[in-house]
Design a protein around this ligand. Structure first.
Ligand code: TYD
Length: 141
């Protein structure tokens, strides 16, 4: 079973508007090494299609909405991100796809490591093999 981990951020709101501040270790499970954001995604486009060996991330729809598919060889779950106050944690070895971006969607990603192409698994069959290898190694412990 995939249990998605959602962070509900505190927003400082008053008549001037809203402000969310995120600080490690108070609000975040890892110190941020990198941020990136994805926007102007056509509504019919799907992105992601990878997992990471080590990277941890928190995804936030700071504007608009986007759906995130979380997938393992056994299970899958779709999470709707539709609030700047909501953060979805994705840890290592989780396949993810992002889709159904609203026209105004801006997906902000907080990442625990610098960009490293060798940390990616971009082929689903390779991902399934890597998971099954990990489980095999676990059995010998
Ligand atoms: P890509 O991995 O295809 O995006 P997605 O995960 O949404 O499918 O990344 C798009 C391009 O951006 C690709 O050329 C790699 C580059 N990129 C960086 O240079 N730094 C980064 O931190 C990230 C996430 C991507």
């Amino acid at each position: 079973m995939i249990e998605e981990k959602i962070y509900n951020f505190n927003s400082h709101g008053d008549h001037r508007g809203e402000l969310v501040a995120l600080e490690y270790p108070k609000d975040l499970p890892f110190p941020i090494k990198r941020i990136y954001y994805i926007y102007n995604v056509p509504g019919n486009e799907r992105r992601g299609f990878h997992s990471h060996n080590k990277l941890e991330q928190i995804l936030i729809a700071v504007s608009g909405s986007v759906k995130i598919l979380l997938k393992t060889p056994e299970d899958e779950k779709t999470v709707l991100l539709d609030s700047p106050k909501k953060g979805l944690y994705i840890g290592p070895m989780m396949w993810r796809e992002m889709f159904d971006f609203s026209d105004d969607a801006v997906l902000l990603v907080l990442a625990s490591r610098e960009y490293d192409e060798s940390d990616y698994i971009r082929n689903y069959e390779d991902y399934v093999k890597a998971i099954s290898n990990m489980k095999g190694e676990g059995k010998n412990d």
